[in-house]
Design a protein around this ligand. Structure first.
Ligand code: MG
Length: 251
């Protein structure tokens, strides 16, 4: 069953996801050569607790931190560490989840550390574009895998591959709810989107092949070919009109 959220619930999801967006902005500002991923994690955790929410990833299936910090060829689920100092030219994917008043927020960005290569810049840009293209078609009446296809089509048109092993998801009173949202698929298939569905759409796009390997820490997923990977995620809600991006700080 896919939950259809009431306006009262959407308001709570909006609050949780706004916090996620604010935390990502805060952490992004601190990304520079020399900072450790553990420092970024502490910054995020302190802010979430200060705002009266709960870091949603910490303790989730035993994950030990507030952020997932995935550097360069790490795709997702990187564990923040005091030993991991960011270097000029790295790219880092930062994923954060919170629980506020019983409802979850979840979003991710990939950002450059100082000046990065043209190739890294373009990978990040195309990944974010693929997310926005998927969101654009998240309208009532559309089929779910049309969104998946939009991500795949845009990534592959640029010579990249999309990760198969991890997917986006519904979100609400649980961090991960049905449906699963792959980043590849056949357009015009899958379930029909309805107003009140809340979805975390999260393309993971690789510069090389889509093969994944999980490190001995049991979490960190890396590209098999050790080429770069980028990850962007928004939580959105399907409405009668245009989709609303919940994980966004409004101007
Ligand atoms: Mg997610």
């Amino acid at each position: 069953m896919i939950a259809l959220r009431s306006q009262r619930e959407i308001a709570k999801l909006r609050a949780a996801n706004l916090m996620v967006a604010q935390v990502l902005q805060l952490v992004k500002k601190r990304v520079e050569p020399g900072v450790t991923t553990a420092q970024l994690d502490k910054l995020a955790e302190d802010e979430i607790l200060r705002q009266g929410a709960i870091p949603a990833f910490k303790g989730y299936a035993g994950f030990p931190a507030t952020l997932c910090t995935s550097v360069n060829h790490e795709i997702v689920h990187g564990i923040p560490s005091k030993k991991r100092k960011l270097k000029e030219g790295d790219i880092i994917s930062i994923d954060v989840g919170v629980k506020l008043d019983g409802y979850f927020g979840d979003a991710a960005i990939t950002v450059p550390v100082g000046t990065v290569s043209k190739a890294a810049q373009k990978l990040m840009q195309v990944t974010e574009e693929s997310l926005m293209l998927a969101i654009e078609c998240a309208v009532a009446g559309e089929k779910l895998y049309t969104l998946s296809h939009r991500v795949q089509e845009h990534a592959e048109a640029n010579g990249y591959s999309v990760v198969r092993d991890f997917v986006g998801h519904g979100i609400g009173t649980e961090l991960h709810e049905p449906p699963q949202i792959p980043n590849y698929g056949k357009p015009g298939t899958g379930l029909t989107l309805q107003p009140g569905m809340v979805l975390a759409i999260e393309p993971m796009v690789n510069l090389g092949g889509y093969g994944v390997q999980v490190l001995e820490d049991g979490w960190t997923a890396i590209t098999r070919d050790r080429k770069l990977s980028a990850h962007f995620e928004h939580t959105i809600t399907v409405t009668e009109g245009q989709p609303e991006i919940l994980s966004q700080v409004r101007a």
